[in-house]
Structures are given as structure tokens and as C-alpha cells.
Design a protein around this ligand. Structure first.
Ligand code: P6P
Length: 339
């Protein structure tokens, strides 16, 4: 019988093993390697201010070592731990043009592929604003025993077996789902362990926060412009005007909105005709989490998890958050579309 101390991530994974698809311990092992990499990246981020890491590749840090950009460091750290644990046959990353094949006998027998944004919003590190890692896990669809192929990575989001993010903020949290709800673990730096702090996270049905870069307003579709005016109208019974909160760090904005209620929008624009965010390793994993918590994620018209990917780094418009608010925003887009 455990005393009052919180459940650790390791204990949670073992205790909920039966919830993991095809529970053979491999997914547990895979999530454990992500846990390890998150701790290593967290330590480096926390040193950033001290180590005078200005995000410039090749700069020297205070130890006189050759300084990697933090997003390169994060990418290398996750690749190294994912390869060493042997549960993954390939990885696609925001940092790499093509996917990585772990092409040896051990890894070719593995069942899983991982897609990740190793350090989303990394430019915020230089100004001490929170950043995040986003990961998405699929079972491979090509024959086990052969090298992984592109189609293993181009699966629709509803095929994900697990997804999660790490938020390196005022505290460091790992939030993930395996299709059985969303659970948040906070890193206790005194013992270097992620502890269950937010079991069964639920996205509030409605909220009063909207997150969008209004600096791009004149480039937005008309429906988005009209939705923003709707958010800003005085209508106390509905809680409007809503509050604008935009950190410029996707994981942080979505995480805050999942706790307080709200909507995050990155629409198409003249500078980003297909949107800015990447379907495979930003929108899909967060959409899986958000839906598991009771929220909604679309491209303004279609459920994100139903989109059939065509290329690794493809971009999509993104409307994600409290179901009632996303539906509200979609109604403005539809009326715009029907005119
Ligand atoms: P903008 C960071 O570069 C990112 O991918 C997300 O984390 C963030 O929400 C968005 O782009 C910010 O983009 O164009 O508003 O600076």
C-alpha cells in the first residue's frame, strides 16, 4: 500500500499497462525513454540563462564547450534515447528534412514510429518564456523486420496509439494520452521524478480566452475576422468580451487553455496560405490529447485527426480548444464559405 506520496510516472505506466494497445511493455518502455529525454532537455533549458545560450549555433558556453542550439540539442537527445531503448524503428522530426530509419536487426523488429517537435517555440528560450516538446506515436504499418518507410509516418491522426507534450515552464510537466484520458505529471526536481499532478485532465466545454496572433489580422480569412469581432463584443451574459492571451508557444497556449478553457487559432493567411503549424508533429498529437480531454480540433472545417497526410512537414490551419468555442469559430468560417 503506497503512503500519501504521489504516483510517479513509472508507477502509473506499470499500473495502467493493460490500457496500452497491444500491451507488451514496449509502449511503456517507449514512454520511459521520452521521460528520460525530457529530463535531460529540461536541465539544459534551465541552464540556458546561466550558460548564456543565445540560440546561436556554434557559440561557446561558459564551460568553453561548443554550444548547440537548444532545439538541435533537444532533437539529438530525443533521437539518442529513442534509439537506445530499441522500441522504435524510425523517427520524424521538425528539425530533420527526412525521417530517420533505425535500420538494424533490433530496430527493424520494433513496432512503433515516433514523430516529434523536439523544442516547439524554441526562440522563446532566449526571453525566458516557456517552450515545449510534442510527440506522437503510431504502430508501423509496413512489415515488421523491414526498414520503416514513409507511409509509416503518413498515417491519419486517429491511428495514434499515444501522444503527449512536455512543457518547460514555471514547472516542467509531461502530459500524455494513450487513448484512455489525459494525465499530467509534474517534475519534482528534488528527486528528478515526474509525479502525477493532473489525473484525467478535462478541457472545459467553454472558456473566455482566445489565442491568436492578431498582428496578422488583415491577412486572416473574413470568417476569422468576424469571429474575432464576436469575441470582442460586449455581451456579459455570454462572458464576452473574451480575453486575448497569446504566448507564441503552442504547447503553453494549448496547455493553459486546457486548464482554464479557451480556443487557440492559427488560420491561413497571405503569409501562411496553408497555415503555419505542422499536421504530423504539432496538430495531430495535440488534437489527440485535446479530444481525449473532451475538446475539439479542426482545420476550421474538418476534424484534424481525420486528415490524410500527404507529406511529412505539411502545414494546416488549426482551431483547437473548448468544444463550444471551436464550434462557434467554425460557424463564422462556414457562413464566410457559403457567401
Ligand atoms: P507566430 C512557434 O514557432 C510556433 O510554431 C508555435 O509554438 C506558436 O504558437 C506559433 O509558432 C507562433 O507563430 O507566427 O504567431 O509567431
Amino acid at each position: 500500500m503506497r503512503t500519501q506520496r504521489p504516483t510517479t510516472l513509472g508507477e502509473f505506466l506499470v499500473e495502467n499497462q493493460e490500457n496500452f494497445p497491444y500491451a507488451t511493455g514496449e509502449l511503456t518502455q517507449l514512454l520511459s525513454s521520452i521521460r528520460l529525454a525530457a529530463k535531460v532537455v529540461n536541465r539544459e533549458i534551465n541552464k540556458a540563462g546561466l550558460a548564456d545560450i543565445l540560440g546561436l549555433s556554434g557559440a561557446e558556453n561558459i564551460q568553453g564547450e561548443n554550444q548547440m542550439k537548444l532545439d538541435v540539442f533537444a532533437n539529438d537527445t530525443f533521437l539518442r534515447t529513442l534509439r537506445s531503448m530499441g522500441e522504435v524503428c524510425g523517427v520524424a522530426s521538425e528539425e530533420l528534412e527526412d525521417f530517420i530509419v533505425f535500420d538494424d536487426e533490433l530496430h527493424n523488429e520494433s513496432k512503433y514510429v515516433v514523430l516529434m517537435d523536439p523544442l516547439d517555440g524554441s526562440s522563446n528560450v532566449d526571453v525566458n518564456v516557456s517552450v515545449g516538446t510534442i510527440f506522437s506515436i503510431y504502430r508501423r504499418i509496413t512489415p515488421i523486420g523491414s526498414p520503416v518507410k514513409l507511409e509509416d509516418f503518413l498515417q491519419p491522426g486517429h491511428k495514434q496509439v499515444a501522444a503527449g507534450y512536455v512543457i518547460y515552464g514555471s514547472s516542467t510537466m509531461l502530459v500524455f494520452t494513450t487513448g484512455h484520458g489525459v494525465h499530467g505529471f509534474t517534475l519534482d526536481p528534488s528527486i528528478g521524478t515526474f509525479c502525477l499532478s493532473h489525473p484525467n485532465m478535462r478541457f472545459p466545454e467553454r472558456g473566455q480566452i482566445y489565442s491568436i496572433n492578431e498582428g496578422n489580422y488583415i491577412h486572416f480569412p473574413e470568417g476569422v475576422k468576424r469571429y474575432l469581432k464576436f469575441c470582442q463584443e460586449l455581451d456579459p451574459p455570454s462572458g464576452r468580451p473574451y480575453t486575448s492571451r497569446y504566448i507564441g508557444s503552442l504547447v503553453s497556449d494549448v496547455h493553459r487553455n486546457m486548464i482554464k478553457g479557451g480556443i487557440y487559432i492559427y488560420p491561413t493567411g497571405t503569409m501562411s496560405p496553408k497555415g503555419k503549424l505542422r499536421l504530423l508533429y504539432e496538430c495531430n498529437p495535440l488534437a489527440f490529447i485535446v479530444e481525449q480531454a473532451g475538446g475539439r480540433a479542426t482545420d476550421g472545417f474538418t476534424r484534424i485527426l481525420d486528415l490524410q497526410p500527404t507529406e511529412l512537414h505539411q502545414r494546416v490551419p488549426y482551431f483547437v480548444g473548448s468544444t463550444a468555442m471551436v464550434l462557434e469559430a467554425e460557424s463564422f468560417l462556414r457562413s464566410d464559405h457559403n457567401e
